[in-house]
Design a protein around this ligand. Structure first.
Ligand code: SF4
Length: 391
């Protein structure tokens, strides 16, 4: 049970006041989607354009502010409004999202834009929750940021601050209703936009995951974890579970014309719609070369000669760890068929940067381009007299 009783009602005005006073001086006031039209912080109660806020909030769902900023700027330059987003090509969306992960978010933004076209912006929780990919905290954040409406938020930063304020003995994920109740209780109904932002800023800059700077915290005298001398114990975590580990054999297949084979994943799942080099899971006891040959036959109906290793890399997702063992392959026979993907293409290696790939594939591309450059240089140096001879 979350100990919200420790934050007694009579202390609420003091707590809110302390947090807002701190935020006026130390808050992150330069966030571009929180600015009014004249480039200064929006006045209390004054509405802001929800479109840039919506884009930013969806980007921020899995990613920190500093990482999101350049993505948001590029996105806003390419799709400055709802209409531009609704009309955009999916390929372009995915390219601009490349590196942010959870690519279904980009597609859902476009679905939302098409759903919202010609409608007034929603001003209710239900209205935002009806859009794909929007949860309660994102909806609350958009509503409070855009319209200064009194909706609570509960992102990772806020959960951490609340867990410490109350010294909650259970992981936030197991106390969600209590945390929501607490966030609603704390919210300043007079200044919800500023209050929510202040809470997030406090979590991001003072009440940080490691080494919270309690000596600079405006909530210090209200904080149960600080009083107990144990801020680092919170939020309490579930016992970490061992992540499943898989080895993936990947083939970078070249044909006689020097083109490389790539395929586009189905739209479902974590990396849906992105391009990749074909491959799949290694079976127990199987040599990696056999894995690659088998996967390419099963998924693309092609026969290849599996050649030398290109690169091995590890990548951890939240639910599994993968090791990609990548080999160069020579295409032998069979017209590539998209048996387990949307489409397959032969492309020039120099064209690879024009396709959206998952982050792990960027290193495969770099290794391939480097290997091809070395091979070209070797061919050149094997025939040093060619030019002179020709002349
Ligand atoms: S006093 Fe320390 S632990 Fe408590 S909210 Fe402030 S920074 Fe976090």
């Amino acid at each position: 049970m979350i100990a919200d009783g420790q934050l007694q009602l009579q202390h609420l005005p003091a707590l809110r006041g302390a947090l807002l006073d701190w935020w006026e001086v130390h808050g992150r006031h330069a966030i571009p989607w929180k600015q009014g039209s004249c480039g200064t912080l929006a006045a209390s109660g004054k509405p802001l354009d929800p479109y840039p806020i919506w884009i930013a909030e969806v980007m921020l769902q899995q990613t920190q502010l500093q990482v999101v900023l350049p993505y948001w700027q590029r996105w806003m330059a390419a799709f400055p409004n709802l209409e531009a987003l609704a009309a955009a090509e999916e390929h372009q969306l995915l390219l601009l999202w490349q590196g942010l992960g959870y690519y279904s978010r980009a597609r859902r933004l476009q679905q939302g834009a098409r759903q919202l076209a010609g409608q007034p912006w929603p001003r209710t929780l239900e209205g935002w929750l009806a859009l794909p990919g929007i949860g309660r905290s994102t909806a609350g954040s958009i509503l409070s940021s855009a319209f200064d409406l009194a909706f609570a938020i509960l992102d990772g930063n806020v959960k951490r601050v609340l867990a410490r304020l109350t010294a909650c003995p259970r992981p936030p994920a197991r106390e969600l209703s209590g945390f929501w109740r607490l966030s609603e209780l704390l919210l300043d109904p007079q200044r919800p936009r500023a209050f929510n932002q202040a809470l997030m800023d406090l979590g991001a800059t003072v009440c940080t995951p490691r080494n919270p700077r309690c000596g600079h915290c405006p909530l210090m005298e209200h904080c149960a974890a600080y009083a107990a001398g144990t801020p680092a114990h919170y939020p309490v975590k579930d016992t970490p579970r061992e992540l499943p580990f898989q080895v993936i054999g990947v083939g970078v297949v070249l044909n006689g014309a020097g083109q490389v084979l790539i395929d586009q994943r189905l739209n479902e799942g974590l990396l849906g719609g992105l391009w990749e080099f074909p491959g799949g899971k290694q079976e127990p006891g199987e040599a990696i070369e056999a894995t690659i040959a088998r996967e390419l036959m099963e998924e693309l109906a092609i026969t290849v000669e599996v050649g030398e290793p290109l690169i091995t890399l590890e990548h951890a997702y939240s639910h599994k760890k993968l090791r990609f063992v990548v080999h160069l392959c020579q295409w032998l026979s069979g017209e590539p068929q998209p048996l387990a993907c949307q489409q397959v293409r032969w492309v020039e290696p120099a064209q690879l940067s024009g396709f959206p790939f998952p982050a792990a594939n960027a290193r495969i591309i770099a290794a391939l381009l480097e290997r091809l450059a070395v091979a070209d240089a070797a061919v050149g140096s094997d025939h040093p007299g060619d030019t002179a001879a020709a002349a």
